[in-house]
Design a protein around this ligand. Sequence first.
Ligand code: DAT
Ligand code: MG
Length: 140
Amino acid sequence: MSTERTLVLIKPDGVRRGLVGEVVRRVEAKGYTLAALRLVRATPDLLAAHYAEHTAKPFYPALVGYMLSGPVVALIAEGERVVEGFRSLAGATDPTTAAPGTIRGDLARDWGSNPIQNIVHGSDSPASAEREIAIWFPEA
Ligand code: DAT
Ligand code: MG
């Protein structure tokens, strides 16, 4: 692999609120290349693989319910240090305290519901990215 890749998910709240274009715009405006993009309905098995590190956490059932609540947009973004770069664009996990200027800081908030709804997922390391890309884009 010459260029680094990351997996971005626009979660069901992002799709429902019409924010697909805005998220993709930010990825493109930053200068990263889109290598693949698709609208997907997650399944419990797919989410168990994707969130393997979280399946034992108390918030996991609520997280799965949220991720199954509507379609998700999955995309692969490419570019030097894109994993770190997209995490920086996405902002902190908690949308209330995510910095203004970030996707979560600008577009997400606490709705008083479990789990945290924060619009996007971004892989947290190049190794996670390749693992997650194989789950969401088995042909890539
Ligand atoms: P991130 O998405 O910033 O990598 P993570 O991997 O720790 O965060 O958690 C995955 C998702 O699970 C996160 O985007 C929102 C949800 N989540 C994390 N911690 C939570 C908690 N304590 N309560 C409810 N939902 C949580
Ligand atoms: Mg994570």
